[in-house]
Design a protein around this ligand. Structure first.
Ligand SMILES: [Zn+2]
Ligand SMILES: [Zn+2]
Length: 341
């Protein structure tokens, strides 16, 4: 079978590999159909992701069709369209035992620590495989992964219908947070970014207000919009140091701040006075845990539209072009996908 191996940064090669075989009763072999290009894939391609080792088959956002199952697998069968939660946890450490497997002490992600989806077939464990609802497409399937990141960030921040929410960053993850907040019917959503095009898109996808932080005073505008009270939930999804500092300034008293960005610099200055004076709760949010079933139910009930996340499509043999398109700052992409059909 065909596999696309990233031998080293900027060196992607098509190779012929042996097909995976069922060895354990809980094995499932997936025929890969759609793969989404994620920020971590772009960094891996450019040699900028610390966690990765080469050679590596990248890709952790994927959907496909079940090809074969081990004898113990009952919830899916060959031919079923499925998505896969790409996290591999040890099952033995303290976070795993308490159900917080997303912060497993030795968490591995498919496509980063072990080979991922940019190959014709992939063997995974049954409990990571979820059947797509009848009304969802394989393309929509790949959006479940970034949408789950948005759900996790919102729910970590104890999102309620009463909340006025500020989301920093209107890139793919910021938009996924926006969609997650939107389907919880939050009272007011304010999207902050430095790019007018991205902000306009955020508005079209449900932001009630948009703020360009390169042109406007974010704190002043949020206070105007919220009647001087500030936001009840602020989500930092931009990964920009200055935005992290601003998160605390736009909060209401007793508000929550959820941080899911990664920052270039290991130390960032923030104004801690806001945390103390306003008694803020600050949460870190790392990938997701048990959000795929929720995301699938939301999708099945059509409570969210995710197809509009996909802005560019390539066939699998054009994987390198797809990655380059996703990286290109001149191209306004949200989610670039490759498909085998
Ligand atoms: Zn991803
Ligand atoms: Zn663990």
């Amino acid at each position: 079978m065909k596999a696309y191996v990233l031998k080293e940064p900027y060196k992607l090669e098509e190779v012929d590999r042996d097909e995976p075989q069922i060895a354990e009763p809980d094995d499932v072999i997936i025929a890969i159909k759609v793969v989404g290009i994620c920020g971590s894939d772009m960094l891996s391609y450019q040699g900028k992701l610390e966690l990765i080792s080469y050679p590596r088959i990248i890709g952790h956002e994927f959907s496909g069709v079940v090809d074969a199952v081990g004898q113990g697998v009952k919830h899916v069968k060959p031919g079923d369209p499925v998505v896969v939660e790409p996290l591999i946890s040890c099952g033995r450490c303290k976070p795993c035992i308490t159900g917080d497997y997303n912060v497993c002490e030795t968490l591995k992600v498919m496509g980063v620590h072990v080979d991922g989806a940019c190959q014709e077939k992939l063997k995974v464990k049954a409990h990571k495989v979820f059947k797509l609802p009848d009304n969802a497409t394989l393309k929509e399937g790949i959006t479940l992964e970034p949408f789950s990141v948005g759900l996790e960030a919102s729910l970590r921040g104890r999102l309620t219908i009463e909340d006025k929410v500020v989301i920093f960053g209107a890139g793919t993850i910021g938009i996924c947070v926006l969609k997650a907040v939107k389907c919880h019917n939050a009272r007011q959503i304010i999207s902050v970014d430095i790019d007018d095009g991205k902000l306009e898109r955020a508005r079209n996808m449900g932001a009630d207000h948009i703020i360009n932080s390169s042109k406007e005073d974010v704190e002043k505008r949020v206070m105007e919009i919220t009647g001087g009270k500030g936001a009840n939930l602020v989500v930092e999804a931009s990964g920009v140091e200055s935005a992290l500092a601003q998160c605390f300034e736009v909060t209401a008293y007793r508000a929550r701040v959820t941080i899911l960005g990664f920052y270039k610099s290991p130390m960032v200055q923030i104004p801690p006075i806001h945390i103390v004076i306003k008694e803020l709760d600050v949460y870190g949010s790392r990938v997701y845990k048990n959000r795929f079933p929720l995301a699938l139910d939301i999708l099945a009930k059509k409570q969210v539209v995710l197809t509009d996340l996909i802005t560019h499509e390539f066939t699998f043999d054009k994987l390198e072009d797809a990655i380059k398109t996703a990286i290109d700052p001149e191209v306004d992409s949200l989610k670039v996908i490759v498909t085998t059909y």
